[in-house]
Design a protein around this ligand. Sequence first.
Ligand SMILES: *Cc1c(COP(=O)(O)O)cnc(C)c1O
Length: 360
Amino acid sequence: MTATRPRLALVHGPTPIVRRPALDPLLNGVELWVKRDDATGGAESGNKLRKLELLLADARAKGARVVVTCGGLQSNHARATALACLGLGMRAVLLLRVPDPARARREPPPPTGNLLLDRLAGAEIRFVSPDEYRQRTGLLEEVRLELERSGERTYVIPEGGSNGLGSLGYVEAMRETREQMNLGLTFEGASAGTPFDVVAHACGSGGTAAGVALGAARYGVARETWAFAVCDDRATFVQRIAAIALEARALEPDLPALDFVVPTQGGSPEGAARLVVDDRARGPAYAVMTDEQKRFLVAVARLGGLVLDPVYTGKALFGVAKAAARGEIRKGARVLFLHTGGLPGLLAQGDELASALEDA
Ligand SMILES: *Cc1c(COP(=O)(O)O)cnc(C)c1O
């Protein structure tokens, strides 16, 4: 990271790396390590804070007083942005996707989970329809122009904080991880500092995937990265991640090249960032789990004391278990699972998980 790029210290780091041996059997024999990026902060916690260190520093350097961003109604990114802005003398305008905006304006949705925190933060919330949300880039720009006309200097953060600048937060997270490895904090059988076989994490807007893949290769953290899509398909994410990585490399020209591979494919150029994008664990829809995934989430909590969320991390670790069962991640492989957060989203889905709590 160049010394001249402004970056705020928002993350409570380095976040711990912990071993969860009780979960190895559930994961079909991989050796599971967890980097606790669910603990990057307090209520503002999760992976988005890593990107916001750079994005909000840029906003501040540009003199912005308002930050506008977007997401689903239970967006972790929107919530982290709203809370982080408070400490910086900025206010947040959140464009949140709901099925029926007119109805949401008449009867506000219950303030649970992330929405409760957005409301606590005093963020300005504007509901948008799924159709409008598809045009989110233009919509964010319209809102920026409107706010600028009223005299407020405004900074736009794209969905998930996923652009080249934001993704550098995860290049930095991989540098942090390498430092922890060098200190012997990921030692067990393997000699201290040995790279992991795989870094695995959930993928929703692609910025984390780009940063982790580039950073893991640059710092020798793992031979390969797996990004588990939670909504769109593989082709869509390959395109998005490639575009973000291109922006990141424009900012940091010495970052390695990305190499999108399919499981067990060999032959990557030396030093390339090998990235598997796996969309087979994304479940029925965004934020919706299969019954099997729900039971898995409950089992992980009860066996390993590891609380995952139903939108992102639960699906991603489920994907690791499936890849191991197929032999695509080999038995005994050392896997570093990046826990990206999402607790407020879990707390908003009690009803959906009720039956899995009974029969797991
Ligand atoms: C946003 C988010 C992700 C996905 O990160 P992207 O950079 O958007 O792909 C994963 N887990 C949690 C908990 C998130 O909030």
